[in-house]
Design a binder for this molecule. Structure first.
Ligand SMILES: NC(=O)C1=CN([C@@H]2O[C@H](COP(=O)(O)OP(=O)(O)OC[C@H]3O[C@@H](n4cnc5c(N)ncnc54)[C@H](OP(=O)(O)O)[C@@H]3O)[C@@H](O)[C@H]2O)C=CC1
Ligand SMILES: O=C1O[C@H](COP(=O)(O)O)[C@@H](O)[C@H](O)[C@H]1O
Length: 577
């Protein structure tokens, strides 16, 4: 019971510790604390991503108001005899950049999915905000085209969509206008109907606008009595300096507790499952070190180019777009020491330690590539520089492979190979763990000369078709002694025949709840940039030309040499997957 609410905000931590102290000397007369706590829990009984029940109307983040303001002063304040009903609370979500691609593709559909699953509080409203002129009705029409119902839960879906859309509104304004945000504030207040309201802003706009929006929103549209939180989309800067500058600017208006830096890969089901697999199964954790693991591979590939996003992409490139954030976050989760608990700070502390233990990334351990035009079966595919939004002669990498090392006792000498590319032959994201050879293997001669083919490999397929499988050696049935490699295969669609929630659903729900475990803390971000910035500068200063690879291919051959240099092979390019 003690840990039930305690990891949340200061208010709830106080409530919990106080309630537990009271509980230990409970008498028939000391019933009110326990009753109050139960009421609090029942009011909004959802689970956040670490499995703890939610309290969606949890109080302040210590932002708009000083912390003393929110500390309950008396027992009556801590455990009021009459706890307000959930209907008195409101959650207002403002999607800034609501006319954009991400808002339509991911954010509104995720919000609808949460509503459909009864994961939003009873009183919620959603505002779209952008410069584009639009009426509420026009916003509803636009987003209605992208809402979908779970494949396995289609009943009443149309009704639910209608009800959801009725809660969606739109306000047009400039991103740097305090007046326009003050107008938004008036509209929010009107719809909130005088209830205590928590406010969440989702910054789905290009990064050069982040600070303006945060300034205007925090000064003019913060919640007066509830919390105000801001989800910030990547990219968080483009190197150490710009990232620190961004953090510094954001912190003029927000506390760290209010900033939710999203990395949507942390919300993916299989990335979530990584820690479960490792820490709740005895068979894996003892093997999780240099003693048994020969290499770890983090692979991201897309079978389409930068179509439509070339303008953004050219300023960043694949290392900033995928490696410095998505793949590095997975690496940190994979390699961290067991955290003290599942609390956000405990996990993020361990991740930071790993990131800070990484050996500086050398240019000789990196390969960069760029896709070129290619024709196949009578169809032609454009090269990266054919995109009209990409400058002629751009040397921005659309592919990169890198070998990284962690300087600690657990991982000394183990190559962590990363590979990320656009316009490759397949769309896939996976974590591959290659184990060492079996020492003194009795069956050595059954494998022929290539012992690598007989090593065990654990694969977490993040997407598509989520799966966890372990490649093992097995006797082929029969009178002889022939071995082959087989998979112990946990295919999610076979085992769990329900739709897997999108990463944005999980992350939005956590931000509403105030659960920060899957969001990036500023010191994690600093450590991530500290690792990649020198390399990025060297690539740019030396104007390293990327190796060209045809659209739809398996990427530059340089990636194979890189793996070979570290005595390993890419697991995704074997004869079998
Ligand atoms: N799209 C994706 O798949 C992903 C996007 N992201 C990040 O999410 C954020 C939003 O992405 P996305 O929706 O694709 O971005 P968009 O380019 O579609 O921009 C979103 C909105 O911002 C406004 N906007 C665009 N450019 C400018 C500008 N130069 N000055 C002022 N306003 C501008 C536009 O609204 P209006 O003109 O109406 O004001 C636009 O509809 C970005 O930070 C992006 O990096 C992260 C991961 C994936
Ligand atoms: O952050 C980004 O991610 C997408 C890939 O996300 P996914 O969930 O579809 O795998 C990528 O296309 C984009 O370039 C990048 O900015």
């Amino acid at each position: 019971m003690a840990s039930y609410l305690s990891h949340r905000n200061p208010y709830l931590a106080i409530v919990t510790s106080f309630a537990v102290r009271n509980e230990s000397r409970a008498s028939p007369l000391s019933i009110s604390p326990i009753r109050s706590r139960t009421q609090v829990r029942n009011r909004f009984h959802l689970n956040s991503s670490n499995g703890n029940p939610l309290n969606a109307f949890s109080s302040q983040d210590g932002s708009a108001l000083p912390i003393e303001h929110i500390k309950p002063q008396t027992v009556e304040e801590l455990f009021p005899l009459s706890v307000p009903e959930s209907t008195e609370y409101n959650l207002s979500i403002t999607v800034v950049g609501a006319s954009g691609d991400l808002a339509k593709k991911k954010i509104f559909p995720a919000l609808f999915a949460l509503y459909y699953e009864d994961c939003l509080p009873e009183n919620f409203i959603i505002f779209g905000y952008a410069r584009t002129k639009m009426t509420d009705e026009e916003l509803r029409n636009t987003i209605s085209k992208t809402l979908t119902c779970r494949i396995d839960k289609r009943e009443n879906c149309e009704d639910k969509m209608d009800q959801f859309l009725k809660r969606c509104f739109y306000h047009s304004g400039q991103y740097n206008s305090e007046d326009h945000f003050a107008e938004l504030n008036c509209k929010l207040k009107e719809k909130e109907g005088g209830r205590l309201s928590n406010r969440l802003f989702y910054l789905s706009v290009p990064p050069n606008i982040f600070v303006d929006v945060v300034r205007c929103a925090s000064l003019k549209a913060s919640s007066e009595k509830g919390w105000t939180r801001v989800i910030v989309e990547k990219p968080f800067g483009r190197d150490s300096e710009s990232s620190s500058e961004l953090t510094k600017c954001l912190k003029q208006y927000l506390s760290e507790e209010q900033i939710f830096r999203i990395d949507h890969y942390l919300g993916k089901e299989l990335v979530e499952n990584l820690s479960v697999l490792r820490f709740s199964n005895l068979v894996f954790e003892p093997l999780w070190s240099r003693s048994y693991i020969r290499s770890v591979q983090l692979i991201f590939s897309e079978d389409f180019g930068t179509e439509g996003r070339g303008g953004y992409f050219d300023n960043y490139g694949i290392i900033r777009d995928i490696m410095q954030n998505h793949l590095l976050q997975i690496l940190a989760l994979f390699a961290m020491e067991p955290p003290v608990s599942l609390d956000a700070e405990d996990i993020r502390n361990e991740k930071v330690k790993v990131l800070r233990s990484m050996i500086p990334l050398l240019l000789e351990n990196v390969v960069v590539g760029q896709y070129k035009g290619h024709s196949k079966d009578g169809k032609s595919y454009p090269g990266y520089t054919d995109d009209p939004t990409v400058p002629n002669g751009s040397i921005t990498p659309t592919f990169a492979a890198a070998a990284l090392f962690i300087n600690n006792a657990r991982w000394d000498g183990v190559p962590f190979l990363m590979k990320a590319g656009k316009a490759l032959h397949t769309r896939r994201a996976e974590i591959r763990v290659q184990f060492r050879h079996v020492p003194g293997n009795l069956y050595k001669r059954n494998f022929g000369t290539d012992l690598d083919k007989a090593t065990n490999e654990l694969v977490l397929r993040v997407q598509p078709d989520e799966a966890i499988y372990l490649k093992i050696n097995n006797k082929v049935p029969g009178l002889g002694m022939r071995l082959d490699r087989s998979d112990l295969n946990l295919l999610f669609r076979a085992r769990y025949p329900c739709e897997i929630p999108d990463a944005y659903e999980r992350l939005l729900l956590d931000a509403i709840e105030g659960e920060r475990r899957l969001f990036i803390r500023s010191d994690e971000l600093d450590a991530a940039w500290a690792l990649f910035t020198p390399l990025l500068k060297e690539l740019e200063n030396k104007k390293i030309t990327p190796e060209l690879y045809p659209y739809g291919s398996r990427g530059p051959v340089g990636a194979h040499y890189l793996a070979a240099k570290h005595n390993v092979r890419w697991g995704d390019l074997g004869n079998e997957d």
